[in-house]
Write a protein that binds this ligand. Structure first.
Ligand code: FAD
Ligand code: DHB
Length: 439
């Protein structure tokens, strides 16, 4: 038996992209069905990102998802950069005249949005199987899945959002010729990440280049540390007992007068690193968002932030398309997102290659990395470039009550590109009740 249903937007994937999209659409009065292959508990526990751009924080607040984030998030002025045994603080708030970053784990964002969606009575299906998307070139594409009880569903939609990550089914469902570009670069290393019952030894996130390889000291709460080590791409986690992890973290991170606090390792895993961009991010009525369309290596902390930027733009575009019958923003969606995606792809690739040690790296390469790091820590212009890119790009805005003309939206984007610090004022002047807007 197949249960036939109807919704406005079928969303594949309950990661941050799919969940936040469904929430933003609901605020605009647009219905969606979200299907997810994993269990709710798995989605809420999957350890990944932690660093949020100030623009992401502002969007979550504006969407009513900021309560716990404001109580428990750790707001930081900047980061530390360490190399050749020297540690330097990069004060992004000062360099950007006010932008900051916040540590708040992706697991917590996922919990917050799931709770909000369920409280709202949303159609959120976990543990589905055999997800399929079809009729993408028609006005009524379909989403098919088998629910946790084994019942097959066919949902007729106005649009489908592929928010199913890099390994999902949506991108491969695009008909031959639909993707013009799929650019990929792999790196000969990965990150071994641990979550540890160890109070962070640093007050802000610390990125370190060491001759043994990259290390990163982040945190989740004042009691829980999150730390990463560069390891070979094909490394077996079995080669890394906890004692070896801590010893290597100490070797790479410690400087005279500063010791790393250790503690029980709660979780550990290895993540491969790649850059990937699929374009366009749309095929007919299928729209890709987040990791399903692009992957960055985690060094610049961009992946989750890009996913949020995509769905802010997509919620706007789909609302205009479905509620108002206006396709203009939907048609502009891919180009609009890809501009930000390529900027973040550059930042992530640049930070990765500057801070990681290539297997067989020669002294010439090592000196080039050190020269770039010295430039960043001695030139205000270079530091400002890092600060602007790291803390986020133009603001994301969302107001489901307002019907905007595309000219007002893109006019505001153009203004923001000229003068980020005055964007809010100009936005209010141009569109009195703010905007659905992703810059
Ligand atoms: P995902 O989180 O991958 O969600 C996709 C969902 O789709 C999953 O739940 C999956 O189970 C589901 N799915 C897949 N196939 C199907 C199917 N066939 N049917 C139904 N559902 C399906 N980003 C940052 O911005 N800041 C950071 O500090 C940062 N740190 C990171 C550290 C690490 C170690 C890693 C690995 C990543 C980090 N990232 C960071 C990146 C960030 O975690 C990802 O970019 C983010 O998860 C993307 O969200 P998404 O919703 O697009 O995809
Ligand atoms: C974290 C992850 C990152 O990729 C990064 O660049 C900074 C922090 C984190 O997990 O906290």
């Amino acid at each position: 038996m197949v249960v036939r249903e109807r919704t406005q937007v079928g969303i594949v994937g309950a990661g941050p992209a799919g969940l936040i999209l469904s929430h933003l659409l609901a605020l605009a009065g647009v219905d969606s069905v979200v299907v997810e292959i994993r269990s709710r508990a798995y989605c809420e526990a999957r350890q990944r990102a932690g660093m949020l751009e100030s623009t992401t924080v502002e969007l979550l607040r504006d969407a009513g998802l900021g309560d716990r984030l404001d109580k428990e998030g750790l707001e930081h002025d900047g980061i530390y950069l360490q190399f050749a045994g020297e540690r330097h603080h990069m004060n992004f708030r000062e360099l950007t005249r006010g932008r900051w970053v916040t540590i708040y784990a992706q697991t917590e964002i996922v919990k917050d949005v799931i709770a909000a969606r369920i409280a709202d009575g949303a159609a959120l299906q976990f543990e589905v199987s055999d997800t399929e998307v079809a009729r993408l070139d028609e006005d009524k594409p379909v989403l098919r899945y088998t629910d946790a009880a084994g019942i097959r569903h066919e949902v007729v939609c106005d649009a489908i959002a592929g928010c199913d990550g890099f390994h999902g089914i949506c991108r491969p469902s695009i008909p031959r010729g639909g993707l013009h570009t799929a650019t990929e670069r792999t790196y000969p290393y990965g990150w071994l990440g641990i979550l540890a019952q160890a109070p962070p030894s640093t007050d802000q996130v610390l990125y370190c280049r060491h001759d043994n390889g990259f290390a990163l000291h982040s945190m989740r709460t004042p009691e829980i540390g999150r730390l990463y080590l560069q390891v070979p791409a094909d490394e077996d986690i079995a080669n890394w007992p906890d004692d070896r992890i801590w010893a290597e973290l100490k070797t790479r991170l410690e400087v005279p007068g500063w010791e790393l606090t250790t503690g029980p390792v709660l979780e550990k895993s290895i993540t491969p690193m790649r850059s990937f961009v699929a374009a366009p991010m749309r095929s007919g009525r299928l729209f890709l968002a987040g990791d399903s369309a692009h992957i960055v290596p985690p060094t610049g902390a961009k992946g989750l932030n890009l996913a949020v930027a995509d769905v802010a733009a997509l919620a706007t575009a789909l609302t205009r398309l479905i509620r108002d019958g206006d396709p203009e923003l939907a048609n502009a969606y891919s180009d609009h997102c890809l501009e930000r995606v390529w900027r973040a792809t550059h930042l992530a690739c640049w930070m990765t290659t500057m801070l990681h040690v290539n297997p067989g790296e020669d002294p010439f390469e090592a000196q080039l990395q050190l020269a770039q790091l010295r430039n960043l820590t001695t030139s205000r212009a270079a530091a400002t470039m890092l600060a602007e890119n790291y803390t986020g790009y133009t603001p994301l805005r969302y107001d489901p009550r307002t019907r905007l003309t595309p000219a007002a939206v893109w006019g505001s984007v153009a203004l923001s590109a000229q003068s980020p610090s005055t964007l809010k004022l100009k936005l209010q002047w141009k569109c009195p009740r703010a905007a659905y807007l992703s810059g």
